[in-house]
Write a protein that binds this ligand. Structure first.
Ligand code: MUC
Ligand code: MG
Length: 376
């Protein structure tokens, strides 16, 4: 087979469960392991590209679960790509959209594997295929989400001392707003002069609660508030912003598509948007959402769903090509796992995560680790 034969020959999917170093508690779920679908996509030239679909606590963060993702890829999405040229990324996206509605995490994992395979074939990093990197290091935050403030302060102290993270995202909404405010008061007293604090409510509050609590968060110096209201209440986010005296708002679960992004811009509902492959259906889609946000003057935040080094690397290649990434990124995922899936995990130092070198994603799947964490 000629080395340039980029036809997709075979697609394999594997569900893996990787334990986390501690319990991670969000408003709607709590996890002690991260579950992913790993895609291995082989071209006719023999090159294998990889991709990852992340989930959080089954179909609770969004509607996709690893079981559903694997079934959808195996039954509907993979057949739409077999035999197609891997470098026709936009055409591949159209074929995937024709084969299945939404299923954005599943599509993103496949598109990532296409980019990785083509990059490896051509000897180019994925970032180059997307327009080229304008940065190769990304300020990276850490999420505090045990719910126990003593543990959270100690964890943040460790991260500060190791020069790994100095921005912390605190997960709120699992307990009452007043209990969270008391917890945040403690955390900000302990850390605020040495760290930047942001919070993520994961849709937990209604507008009345948010109207009462957001000024209190501003008083505590919270720099950004992520998705305080349910995803459907974009108009409510706009009303909260219009009142003034509230911290900047970050749109997460309310922005999956570029159309969603346009709606948020029209409602003046956010100061920044969290960009994630599982929401935007792939790297091309992520850049589209980013372009709509840029056009509206809405800042970019490099979001995650606690990916391993495979999914995190894919995000970094997409983030690398954005002219402005005002709010940095949160790809701490590889650090919260008890083990990774690649031979050389992403590098974290000096409060940043670094774009891996090398063709494709720049990370190599470790077959022993894949076997070890694969669900039997
Ligand atoms: C989310 O909603 O942002 C990202 C980081 C984290 O701790 O949870 C995720 C999901
Ligand atoms: Mg969020």
């Amino acid at each position: 087979t000629p080395a340039r034969d980029l036809a997709v020959a075979d697609i394999r999917t594997t569900i893996v469960d990787v334990p986390t170093v501690r319990k991670h508690k969000l408003s709607q779920t709590s996890v002690t392991a991260q579950s992913y679908v790993i895609v291995q996509l082989r071209l006719a030239n023999g090159v294998v590209g990889i991709g990852e679909a992340a989930t959080l606590g089954g179909p609770r963060w969004s509607e996709e679960s690893v079981e559903g993702i694997k079934a959808t890829i195996d039954t509907y999405l993979a057949p739409a790509l077999i035999g197609q040229p891997a470098d026709l990324f936009v055409a591949a996206g159209e074929r995937l959209d024709a084969a299945a509605k939404r299923n954005n995490a599943a599509k993103a994992a496949l598109e990532t594997a296409l980019f990785d395979a083509v990059g490896k074939t051509l000897g180019l990093p994925v970032a180059a295929l997307l327009g080229g990197a304008v940065r190769n290091r990304f300020p990276v935050l850490w999420t505090l989400a045990s719910g126990d403030p003593d543990q959270e302060i100690a964890e943040a102290e460790d991260k500060l001392a190791a020069r790994l993270h100095r921005t912390f995202k605190i997960k709120i909404g699992a307990q009452s707003p007043d209990a969270d405010l008391a917890r945040l008061t403690r955390l900000s007293k302990a850390l605020a002069d040495r760290a930047t604090l942001i919070v993520d409510a994961n849709q937990a509050w209604d507008e009345t609660v948010a109207r009462r609590c957001l000024p209190r968060l501003a008083d505590l110096g919270i720099a950004l508030v992520e998705q305080p209201l349910p995803a459907w209440n974009v108009a409510g986010m706009g009303r909260l912003r219009a009142r003034g005296g509230v911290p900047p708002l970050l749109a997460d679960e309310c922005v999956f598509t570029a159309h969603d992004m346009l709606g948020v811009a029209q409602a003046a509902a956010a100061d920044a948007v969290s960009l994630k492959l599982v929401k935007h259906g792939g790297l091309v889609g992520l850049h589209k959402v980013a372009a709509v946000a840029e056009a509206a003057g809405i800042g970019l935040y490099g979001g995650c769903l606690l990916e391993s080094s495979v999914g995190a690397a894919a995000h970094l290649h997409a983030f690398a090509g954005l002219r402005e990434l005002a709010w940095g990124c949160e790809h701490f995922g590889p650090q919260i796992l008890t083990g990774d899936l690649v031979t050389e995990p992403l590098a974290f130092r000096d409060f940043a995560v670094h774009l891996p070198d090398g063709p494709g994603l720049g990370v190599t799947l470790d077959p022993d680790k894949l076997r070890h964490y694969a669900r039997s």
